[in-house]
Design a protein around this ligand. Structure first.
Ligand code: ATP
Ligand code: MG
Length: 611
């Protein structure tokens, strides 16, 4: 039984856009109110027996299963599923698998996962399995025979080169094919020979008979069927002829009773053929009226990435990244592994909106959406990415040898309203702690608020070492450092003020310049931390036909051996954290496990690119 999705609650109200206006106008006018839906896709006769369609609109997301989905597809998914949700409709997930080559069930499964992970479902279609265009091959074939019989299609046996030459160009009308005036019965006979494997691949095509002089080249008798001996991942060797995309796609929409067929702008020139085909097949009684209508929006262009499946596949196959789910990839699996949440991607889709003209969205917009989502959710933790040992030389004297001081901090600074506060983090401070290498400076720059040693001037006067708080622990004063023979600092020394424990009565008895984060040497855990940067060093990697591989950012991955606080021992793959002062990190879904901690930096705390 088909149940439309419940409409959005008022607080989810989205900014209007031209697609919403079109849908609202159609709902007002009742354009699609008389449609029937038989519970499954089908022709006019099939739907005529169905009940009035409970779905007020039907949209679809129609990927070709020839690669992994990317952030541009996420935009399309959010638009199509989002509109259906908001207007009491349903959105179909449909595999546009009419091209037998390159398609694979690995991609089919990955696409299903991606749509579900983004938070959408097609169960309201009454169908657990998504739709697939290859199920409609029989109907497409019937539609082709109908066009032939009605005098609207012919088998053309010109060579591909002749066909190309005779198509004309923008200034020049095309030339009719010598095969154009074959009789319907000749055409039918020949088309069946194509189907029955009597002609070689490429020896003939079926063309719609429209107008070789049309100013729109897509209307100059477009090819609608071709011969291709290829095993299809779903229909096997049943067919040796396959429909062309431009013919198949409108039919898929119509059989599924789609109302608003939303695609990217490059299909604008195909719209007249879409409408022409609908009209011919409705005239012939094959398809139900009113037909679906196509609307185009601007595709997502995001700086510092490429979003062509072919180019993404090349990055993978040539080993420039570790796979489709490499955290630097703009694929949905890559973004997920990087730490992106479904909420952050939906927020991104809402924020960039829907327009009719092409533009570029800055990568920082995407990052901003993730930051905004994680700010409220990600538990805090302390980590030291570039560890330098700090020894508190008077610790044993102050507290007794081996003393370890329990410390605590909240997991979230403010829990979201109505949610229980998560358990506080526990860790200990001892004589030795790890600090960030750049939290110590022998010669501090002006305004430095971290650790620096005492300095004796030429006149013998001494500037004391700096005083800072180790967050949630004690205030310490820097007393010096050790260096190796290369002059590299190997250890920093400080003395602790024993009465200054954070939260205690004496916490403010000494004035600290700043607060630094740290991890105890005794209870800190080693972790592999991967810092990711943009995959390309140019905002428009493939602009103007440039080889995008020539602008790969050589520093897009830095791996560190870090220390993290002990609360992270329990962290699970996909858990997100804010490492204080360092950014948002996610436990790597492929490699993180107990005893082998691996964190990916999802995004910094603030936009630091180019600064
Ligand atoms: P690619 O060019 O990367 O191979 P595609 O358009 O061929 O992508 P499809 O599988 O045909 O990929 O795409 C499915 C749907 O996603 C289509 O409706 C298409 O318009 C939409 N889509 C693809 N890329 C983008 C993008 N960058 N922005 C918005 N929508 C997109
Ligand atoms: Mg495509």
């Amino acid at each position: 039984m088909t149940k439309p999705a419940s409409p959005a609650t008022p607080e989810e109200h989205k900014a209007s856009n031209f697609l919403r206006q079109i849908i609202e106008a159609d709902l007002d006018k009742g354009t699609y109110a008389s449609r029937r839906w038989a519970g499954s896709p089908g022709d006019a006769a099939h739907h005529a027996n169905g009940a009035p369609d409970p779905a007020k609109i039907r949209t679809r997301f129609p990927p070709e299963p020839n690669g992994y989905l990317h952030v541009g597809h996420a935009k399309s998914i959010c638009i199509n599923f989002g509109l259906a949700r908001d207007y009491g409709g349903v959105c179909h997930l449909r595999f546009d698998d009419t091209n037998p080559e390159k398609e694979d069930t690995e991609y089919v499964n990955a696409i299903i996962d991606a749509v579900k992970w983004l938070g959408f479902s097609w169960s309201q279609t009454g169908n657990d399995a998504p739709y697939q265009a290859s199920d409609y091959f029989d109907f497409m074939y019937r539609a082709a025979e109908h066009l032939i019989e009605a005098g609207h299609a012919y088998v053309d046996e010109q060579t591909p080169e002749e066909m190309r030459n005779n198509r004309g160009d923008f200034g020049k009308p095309g030339i009719n094919s010598p095969f154009r005036n074959r009789t319907p019965s000749d055409n039918l006979h020949r088309f069946r020979e194509m189907r029955d494997g009597k002609l070689a691949d490429g020896a003939a095509v079926l063309r719609a008979k429209i107008d070789m002089a049309s100013p729109n080249i897509n209307m100059r008798d477009p090819a609608i069927y071709r011969i291709r001996r290829a095993t299809h991942h779903h229909t096997g060797d049943t067919w040796c002829i396959y429909p062309m995309y431009t013919f198949a796609h409108p039919i898929e929409d119509a059989l599924e009773q789609i109302t608003h067929s939303i695609c990217t702008l490059e299909f604008e020139d195909q719209r007249p053929f879409y409408d022409w085909l609908m009209d011919r097949l409705i005239e012939g009684g094959l398809l139900a009226s009113p037909p679906p209508k196509q609307y185009e929006f601007a595709r997502l262009n995001l700086t510092y990435v490429v979003t062509s499946k072919r180019k993404l596949a090349q990055l993978v196959s040539e080993g420039h990244v570790s796979g489709w789910d490499d955290p630097r990839m703009p694929t949905i699996v890559g973004l997920r592994r990087r730490g992106y949440t479904p909420e952050s991607l939906r927020l991104f889709a809402d924020r960039i909106g829907v327009t009719k003209s092409d533009s570029w969205i800055d990568y920082s917009t995407l990052e901003g959406c993730l930051r905004e989502d994680l700010e409220l959710k990600a538990h805090r933790a302390m980590a030291v990415l570039d560890p330098l040992k700090l020894v508190l030389t008077n610790w044993d004297e102050a507290f007794g040898a081996g003393h370890s001081e329990p410390c605590t901090l909240p997991a979230l600074p403010h829990s979201p309203e109505g949610q229980p506060e998560p358990a506080a983090r526990q860790f200990t401070m001892g004589k030795e702690v790890w600090i960030e290498r750049d939290d110590f400076a022998e010669v501090p720059p002006k305004g430095y608020k971290r650790l620096s040693p005492p300095v004796t001037s030429a006149d013998g006067s001494v500037t004391p070492g700096s005083i800072v708080r180790l967050k949630a622990g004690y205030i310490v004063q820097c007393t010096g450092c050790l260096k190796n023979s290369d002059g590299r600092v190997t250890e920093v020394h400080a003395s602790v003020f024993p009465e200054t424990k954070s939260g205690s009565a004496g916490a403010d008895s000494v004035k600290a310049k700043g607060v630094i984060t740290w991890v105890g040497v005794a209870d800190g855990l080693q972790a592999e931390v991967r810092l990711y940067d943009r995959l390309f060093s140019e905002a428009h990697p493939d602009a103007g036909g440039r080889d995008f591989l020539s602008v790969l950012n050589p520093h897009s991955l830095t791996t560190m051996t870090a220390y993290v606080e002990p609360s992270l021992a329990q962290s699970k793959a996909d858990d997100k954290f804010q490492f204080e002062r360092l950014g948002y990190f996610v436990a790597d879904r492929a490699e993180h496990r107990a005893g082998h901690l691996v964190f990916n930096r999802a995004v910094g705390l603030k936009d630091s690119w180019g600064k």
